[in-house]
Design a protein around this ligand. Structure first.
Ligand SMILES: Cc1ncc(COP(=O)(O)OP(=O)(O)O)c(N)n1
Ligand SMILES: Cc1ncsc1CCOP(=O)(O)O
Ligand SMILES: [Mg+2]
Length: 412
């Protein structure tokens, strides 16, 4: 659940100072919306905002200021969107701009260009700041995943007290205006209800550092391997069932979900978006030969983690563009757990790829996978990656609890 702030529509006293303070308190994104503001006043305000926050600002008007301030987020209000040809939006996206827009008619949501990262939709409640701006949905409204082409952020009358309702309605985030600027308390974390935006996002999309991959053998079923990992202390589990009917996998997934729930562990389903959705899993993992991530999003929604496999730098770029939340990069070395392995990367391969990511400013959690042993982890972490996924090393460990404890210490 993302919380986005929208500026006061007029220029207000000490505005830059307030904006800087809100960013320092944890605000992640500000939409600078001054519908009647002239370019000189907007220029002055931007000049007074701390440049470290420019990457978190989206411009609603006077997009020509973006280059001068190094701003890469552009918002297209409804009329501007309708007057901008698709090729222009694509061109901006390909040039590295993050685009957003606003929609007021729900039927337009699933026809939106995927050049947009997200859209505002509303008013979902009666507006706090705009008198007479009445809500367009009812209390029992539910936004179906099939209705969305891009992330949908609720707008209009959003306050701390109704954020839970917004989550229940299946919005991907909420945009606040009146609750911020009409509040006597300018502490952003208080306004968002003690749930800072970082925390709200991290609750749902936090990427853990140790993922256990289930496996089946003559001695152990998938569910038994998952129980072993949970008992050992692992709290991020991937159910990876091969060569079984989907109906049977759904049955195993349902049992895996309640097992994980009883240990407050997160469950990722490998390969099957519909099963991930049916069992309300925490996430889904897709390989390069599985359904594209952008298509799977339409099934599982934007609140579910989707991991994508990569073996090369080009694969990583593809996964990032598709909207993956983490990358399973591998294999590190040969493993019998998976058939048809991609080329082995070894430590040198990870080192090279991680350096290329830093050089190109790409930030996405990278999870190493494939034949990893506990002693490999310090070297892997030194390349800058986020965590590891393991199967056989945990299943074959003589003391799984001690092994997970040791891994947690290294990975924390
Ligand atoms: C964390 C993680 N990374 C990579 C994979 C491999 O996925 P894929 O390439 O689709 O191969 P299969 O696992 O489906 O055989 C993964 N499962 N998890
Ligand atoms: C699913 C997968 N993808 C690449 S290697 C691998 C298997 C990981 O298991 P192990 O840790 O036993 O090698
Ligand atoms: Mg797969």
């Amino acid at each position: 659940m993302e919380i986005i702030a929208i500026s006061h529509p007029e220029f207000i006293p000490h505005e830059a100072h307030r904006i800087n303070a809100l960013f320092r308190e944890g605000m992640l994104r500000l939409h600078l919306r001054k519908p009647d503001g002239n370019v000189a006043d907007l220029n002055r305000l931007l000049g007074e905002i701390d440049p470290e926050f420019y990457p978190k600002i989206a411009l609603h008007t006077h997009h020509e200021l973006a280059a001068q301030f190094g701003i890469n987020r552009l918002h297209f209000p409804e009329n501007l969107r309708k007057g901008t040809p698709e090729f222009m939006l694509e061109k901006l996206k390909n040039a590295g701009f993050k685009l957003s827009t606003s929609v007021h008619d729900i039927s337009e949501l699933n026809a939106l260009s995927t050049a947009f990262e997200y859209t505002f939709f509303g008013p979902v409640f009666n507006s706090i700041s705009k008198k007479g701006y009445q809500r367009v949905i009812h209390d029992d409204f539910y936004l179906k995943n099939e209705q969305k082409n891009v992330k949908v952020i609720a707008i209009g009358g959003i306050a701390h007290s109704n954020i839970e309702k917004i989550k229940e309605m299946n919005f991907d985030g909420a945009a606040m205006l009146g609750a911020i600027w009409h509040s006597s308390n300018f502490q952003f974390l208080n306004i968002a209800g003690g749930l800072g935006p970082r925390q709200l996002k991290s609750d749902l999309k936090k990427i853990e550092k140790l993922q256990f991959i289930s496996s089946q053998s003559a001695e152990m079923s998938h569910l038994e391997s998952i129980r072993l990992a949970l008992e050992a202390g692992c709290r991020w589990i991937q159910l990876r069932v091969k060569n079984q009917e989907e109906a049977q996998i759904l049955e195993i997934a349902t049992a895996a979900k309640s097992l994980c729930d009883s240990y407050t562990a997160k469950l990722i389903i490998n390969d099957f978006p519909n099963i991930a959705r049916s069992v309300n899993a925490h996430g889904l993992h897709l390989g390069l030969n599985d359904m594209p991530i952008s298509e799977a999003r339409k099934i599982v929604g934007h609140n579910m983690i989707i991991g994508g496999t990569a073996n090369t730098f080009e694969d990583i770029l593809l996964r990032v563009n598709e909207g993956a939340d983490y990358i399973g990069l591998g294999p590190f070395r040969f493993t019998g757990t998976k058939q048809n392995l991609s080329p082995i990367l070894g430590l040198g391969g990870y080192d090279e790829l991680m350096q290329r990511l830093v050089k190109t400013n790409i930030e996405i959690p990278i999870i190493a996978i494939g034949g990893i042993l506990p002693d490999d982890i310090p070297g892997l972490l030194a390349t800058g990656l986020h965590g590891v996924a393991m199967s056989s090393a945990l299943i074959q460990s003589k003391e799984p609890k001690e092994t997970v404890q040791k891994l947690d210490e290294i990975l924390c």
